[in-house]
Write a protein that binds this ligand. Structure first.
Ligand code: UDP
Ligand code: MG
Length: 328
């Protein structure tokens, strides 16, 4: 395939009015230094502040800036997906808008790509900006995910990465909802490597990932890549049955061969409540898988685009984009 753009940079943005110009400036400086044709795709994920207007201005002044404006907030992972679907470069880089991922690492990624790697992910050597809680939970989560899944998802990596055109095209064929993009990229395979970087503090504004969203994201990651939680109920079930059979034998023995009678309303209640809790928890796990099956079955589009700017008539995914804008 011949494309006129070598590098596409995809930036998902949600309520980033405070940082957007600064990110644009830093990205622009790095991209101009590359001496390659490039495009800078901002995906406005239904921001409620001035972000959309500001991005519109950037598009008017700089033809290399392109905008995909969602009809509402569809989420970070969906925004990344839309950007990748619209990108036309030979290499596609995904980077956060808040400058936590330093744009200056992009040339390093491109160098690795030129060496022949298809995926170059950013590995967080240090997380400067994040609270102890975020660092701790993130580290624990990545390790838990690694234990639960068969896919080799590199630990401590985010979505800051470069992917080759081949990988981007392969990714477009993966239509699943509730996506965990970095996991899907690992699942795709190809030749992968990492470059280390120090994750900076957010330039301005605050995180768009409150605890609630972080938990949902973690559940998406686990349910997308592992069936192990579903098997948990069988393991617990077998263990509990064996235990209760043994206990039953003891009770029968006491009844037949001794004068001791087993008493205790409190202990019965405790055991009953404990196991009811476990059963409900297992039902919850089952529910989260069923809910995801339901989402897939509905077959709704992943996102709806209100408008796009500066894409011209070129580029992949035009058909999809048009059908989406028709809905919007
Ligand atoms: N983001 C988005 N949609 C959302 C939440 C976040 O497009 O619903 C964008 C956000 O603007 C930023 C990136 O995703 O560019 C990462 O978000 P954030 O920096 O808030 O996450 P954190 O770094 O705290 O994990
Ligand atoms: Mg951030």
């Amino acid at each position: 395939m011949t494309t006129s753009v070598t590098v596409s940079v995809v930036v998902p943005v949600y309520n980033e009015a405070e940082v957007i110009f600064e990110s644009y400036k830093r990205l622009k400086r790095v991209l101009e230094g590359l001496d390659e044709p490039y495009e800078l795709i901002f995906v406005n994920d239904g921001s409620r502040d001035a972000t959309a207007v500001m991005l519109g201005c950037l598009c008017d002044t700089d033809p290399k800036v392109r905008l995909i404006d969602f009809s509402r907030n569809f989420g970070h992972q969906t925004a990344i997906t839309a950007g990748m679907e619209h990108a036309s470069g030979d290499a596609v880089v995904v980077i956060d808008a808040d400058l936590q991922d330093p744009p200056e690492v992009i040339p390093e990624m491109i160098a690795k790509w030129r060496e022949g790697y298809d995926v170059v992910y950013g590995k967080r050597a240090e997380r400067k900006g994040d609270t102890f809680f975020k660092r701790f939970t993130a580290a624990a989560f990545y390790r838990l995910l690694d234990r639960l899944t068969d896919v080799d998802i590199p630990v401590d990596t985010g979505d800051f990465r470069l992917i080759d055109r081949k990988v981007c095209d392969a990714l477009k064929t993966v239509k699943e909802r509730n996506r965990y993009v970095r996991g899907i990229v690992s699942w795709l395979g190809f030749k992968q490597t990492g470059v280390e970087f120090v994750r900076e503090e957010r330039f301005a504004g605050e995180t768009k990932y409150p605890l609630r969203k972080m938990l949902r994201f973690a559940v998406d990651a686990i349910t997308s890549f592992s069936h192990k939680p579903l098997k948990l109920s069988s393991y617990v079930g077998v263990a509990v049955s064996l235990g209760s059979f043994a206990y039953l034998a003891v009770v029968v023995y006491l009844k037949l061969f001794t004068t001791t009678t087993v008493t205790g309303w409190a202990s019965t209640m405790a055991v009953s409540l404990f196991f009811n809790g476990i059963v409900l928890m297992m039902l919850g796990i089952l529910g989260s898988y069923v809910g995801r099956i339901y989402d897939e079955a509905k077959g709704r589009p992943l996102y709806v685009v209100r408008e796009t700017k500066n894409f011209g008539s070129a580029g992949e995914g035009v058909e999809y984009r048009d059908s989406c804008s028709a809905v919007g």
